[in-house]
Design a binder for this molecule. Structure first.
Ligand code: AQP
Length: 334
């Protein structure tokens, strides 16, 4: 870690067998670039994922695959700290302390809790409710300055800031109050089948989400079927959620501005545009898929990376936790 540089923390859940294009554009894609200017800590947040029911064998498989996918997306486990959340017990321990600095009313207002408890009525567990406290612990344990996230996580980040400020108010300045780092374009990629909703890993409709590990034909087929309005002009405009979403995706992936994309498809119809978006995204994802597949052949290498990552993560957070325990009044362990 370079002491001159600011620290970034971010995490992704290993739910489902791949990240979506939304996770990629809104978060993971930027994580690689940020490694040039920041000390980066990236985690597969498996503790978070059991807030909804998981099949254990699948979760284990998906977690390893997600770890390999981070590397395939350009995150370098030597330059950054890359680890499984469950391998660093400080996250759960700090979460307990912070939960005593978080109000019931605050957690009740979280929209993700409301959405997920409406979706999983048979399993509205306490972990789902306290999820944002664990997220605050993930971030504050490293005294992260910045947290790159999609806009859907903004409310949780605000809460993490409030918890940090409250703790600092009680015990003296200690936690860094983190800032959100939300991309200007692509902060909320929408479902291809219902562009009023965000694209999500756990969408029951598999055609709504494009997965980073989808093969070329699947990606193109999903884009060809993408729901758009009855118009035909490739123009970004209020109320045209479907076409706006496709323009956003195309612009981010090609590095073109929205206006450049509109000009490129001036006079061309939706059909031609959807095909171009599909092909462009598929070509962009192909090398990631190949890298992922070769990494999955080398489990020993992955193990070395995540073991080392957890040790580095632990060495940072144990210091924070020891100080927190002192501050709240626990007797020193040694
Ligand atoms: N549609 C999206 N557009 C932009 N960014 C997104 N993110 C998620 N969906 C979009 C960002 O991806 C990061 C990792 O997300 P997560 O794994 O913590 O879970 P999530 O936000 O709950 O995403 P999903 O895909 O909807 O997962 P499930 O279905 O398991 O709940 C975050 O920074 C998030 O903002």
């Amino acid at each position: 870690m370079n002491n001159e540089k600011k620290l970034i923390f971010s995490g992704i859940q290993p739910t489902g067998n791949s990240f979506t294009l939304g996770n990629y554009i809104g978060a993971v894609r930027n994580w690689g670039t940020l490694q040039n200017d920041y000390n980066c800590v990236y985690s597969i947040v498996d503790l978070h994922s059991i807030t909804v029911k998981q099949v254990p064998a699948e979760l284990r498989k998906n977690s390893l695959s997600a770890y390999a996918l981070l590397i395939a997306c350009g995150i370098d486990p030597q330059r950054s700290v890359v680890f499984f959340q469950s391998h660093n017990k400080c996250h759960a321990e700090l979460s307990w302390v912070l939960s005593c600095y978080t109000q019931f009313g605050e957690l009740s207002r979280m929209t993700q809790f409301k959405d997920k408890s409406a979706k999983h009525t048979d399993n509205v567990n306490a972990g789902l409710f306290t999820y944002p406290v664990l997220m605050a612990a993930d971030i504050l344990a490293y005294n992260a300055d910045l947290v790159p996230i999609g806009v859907d996580q903004k409310q949780h980040l605000e809460l993490a800031r409030n918890i940090a400020q409250r703790f600092n108010h009680t015990h003296g300045e200690f936690f860094t109050v983190p800032e959100a780092y939300i991309p200007k374009v692509g902060q909320k990629i929408k479902s291809l089948t219902d562009p009023t909703k965000k694209m999500s890993k756990s969408d029951e409709n598999q055609n709504g989400s494009v997965y980073v590990l989808d093969d070329k034909d699947t990606v193109i087929r999903k884009f060809k079927k993408a729901v758009t309005d009855s118009g035909s002009e490739v123009k970004y405009a209020d109320g045209k959620d479907g076409i706006n979403n496709l323009i956003t995706i195309y612009s981010v992936i090609t590095g073109k501005s929205i206006q450049e994309t509109e000009r490129e498809f001036d006079g061309k119809g939706y059909g031609e545009f959807k095909l171009a978006v599909g092909e462009t995204v598929a070509d962009h994802l192909a090398p990631i898929r190949e890298k992922h597949s070769s990494l999955m052949e080398d489990k020993q290498y992955l193990k070395e990376c995540y073991t080392e990552g957890a040790a580095r993560a632990m060495s940072i957070t144990q210091k924070t936790l020891t100080k927190v325990y002192r501050k709240v009044g626990f007797v020193d362990a040694r």
